[in-house]
Design a protein around this ligand. Structure first.
Ligand SMILES: Nc1nc2c(c(=O)[nH]1)N[C@H]1C(S)=C(S)[C@@H](COP(=O)(O)OP(=O)(O)OC[C@H]3O[C@@H](n4cnc5c(N)ncnc54)[C@H](O)[C@@H]3O)O[C@H]1N2
Ligand code: MOO
Length: 400
């Protein structure tokens, strides 16, 4: 049977996936969120001509020939401007950030002055407008500052705050329910019986979701039992999940019930089984507005599918840009020909003489998490790739 190509499966998964609705958050909670709308300045910054230096507000013409002594008529610290006008031969002691008083047109830095009995002695001339930040230098009220879709990185969130936004409209974070299925599974820290293993997949999948700006909702482990799976799916929907990710029970075994239960709950199956290794039994369907991804139970398949499918879906729903980090490399060893499945082969890559060289791990069983943790890349072997000797070009997905 021809299996669906990976890129077609991804296109179907992302079809119609657009950023979720916006919500309002306090500026203090907005870092790393995604702006839902353009925002404009609510004020002008600086709101007045401001001193950029500690020194003396002067009339440039008065200090054209130095040394010259000026009469100090007052002081202007930041936050409290000097209210009278600076006349000929006069100066105002001023500090960085303070409004430049009327009449003055330059700030003479403190280092170029000396206190004298009659006031302050200017030792160097200063050109008009030197050391003054003109009103609106940074931005003016009403100017557009940040565009919709901007990730609120440190500079963006500080700019929004400076423009006087106490709250910001951001795209809601996708809520992704995760459901592990299997009678053999127990949570980490359990005393395991002889036939049991630890449920590990949910943690790595949740890590991918969080990295992409989503909120994982771990619904725990349910046994291979139709009513229990159906109840967990209901609870995911009640919780308002945008996406449901099931783990395991996706294959053809008698205890692989997930697809059947989901279909009975009203899911429209989009695809099941793709031309990918690991990850062949991947399933995708829609339950109303909710996208449902059934990941294979084998831990490496779950995680590789998370990088390839869960990550772009969460990014898209959350309005974030995302692309796998795919690089050109060469094979460090010979690789055999490939069958119909696109292979994602755990490998270590390193740069040798400016070239990325990829060496696959010799054993690739998709239960082996340690090798995935040791890998820093996945070699992508296209379907039906011919045998390739060491030195052949290849493509790699960088994992870290
Ligand atoms: N006759 C066939 N058998 C299998 C096929 C096939 O095409 N024909 N595909 C194989 C492939 S490939 C995969 S991948 C697995 C996927 O099967 P399931 O999604 O049904 O996964 P399970 O059978 O439930 O579990 C497989 C394996 O993974 C362990 N597991 C499951 N969940 C977790 C978890 N949350 N944390 C850690 N480990 C988990 C489970 O104990 C099994 O060992 O099917 C092959 N079979
Ligand atoms: O596709 Mo399975 O994911 O090889 O183990």
């Amino acid at each position: 049977m021809a299996l669906m190509p990976v890129k077609d499966a991804l296109a179907r998964l992302l079809d119609g996936a657009v950023p979720l609705a916006s919500e309002t958050v306090a500026i203090g909670r907005a870092a790393w969120r995604v702006l839902a709308t353009d925002i404009a300045a609510l004020r002008t910054q600086p709101p007045f001509d401001a001193s950029a230096m500690d020194g003396y507000a002067v009339r440039a013409a008065d200090v054209a020939a130095t040394p010259v002594t000026l009469h100090v008529i007052g002081e202007a610290p930041a936050g409290k401007g000097f209210t009278s006008k600076v006349g000929p031969g006069e100066a105002v002691r001023i500090f960085t950030g303070a409004p430049v008083p009327a009449g003055a047109d330059a700030v003479l830095i403190q280092e170029n002055t000396r206190l004298s009995p009659g006031g302050v002695e200017a030792l160097e001339p200063v050109a008009a407008f030197r050391n003054i930040r003109r009103q609106g230098l940074d931005f003016r009220e009403g100017e557009s500052l940040l565009g919709a879709g901007r990730v609120l990185d440190p500079a963006a969130v500080s700019l929004a705050a400076a423009a006087n936004h106490a709250t910001l409209p951001v795209i809601r974070k996708p809520l992704v329910a995760i459901l592990a299925t299997g009678d053999e599974l127990l949570p980490p820290g359990s005393e395991t019986g002889p036939d049991q293993i630890i449920s590990s997949n949910a943690y790595g999948v949740a890590a991918v979701i969080e990295k992409m700006g989503g909120v994982p909702l771990d619904l725990g482990i349910v046994p291979d039992d139709r009513p229990a799976i159906a109840a967990a799916i209901d609870s995911a929907r009640e919780a308002g999940a945008d996406v449901i990710v099931t783990l395991g029970g996706a294959s053809v075994g008698d205890h692989d019930l997930v697809r059947e239960v989901l279909t009975s709950s009203g899911m429209t199956l989009d695809f099941w089984k793709i031309a990918m290794r690991p990850g062949k039994p991947l399933m995708f369907g829609r339950l109303g507005d909710v996208r449902v991804l059934g990941l294979p139970g084998n831990p490496v398949a779950s995680l590789v599918c998370s990088h390839l499918f869960v990550a772009p879906l969460v990014a898209r729903l959350g309005g974030r840009p995302y692309a796998l980090d795919i690089r050109d490399a060469v094979l460090g060893v010979d690789m055999a020909e490939n069958d119909q499945r696109e292979d994602y082969v755990r490998a270590r890559v390193e740069t040798r003489d400016g070239v990325l060289v990829a060496a696959p791990f010799p054993v690739q069983d998709s239960s082996m998490l340690r090798i995935l943790a040791d890998a820093n890349a996945l070699i992508v072997r296209p379907p039906f790739a011919p045998a390739a000797p060491a030195g052949s070009p290849c493509r790699v997905v960088l994992l870290r």
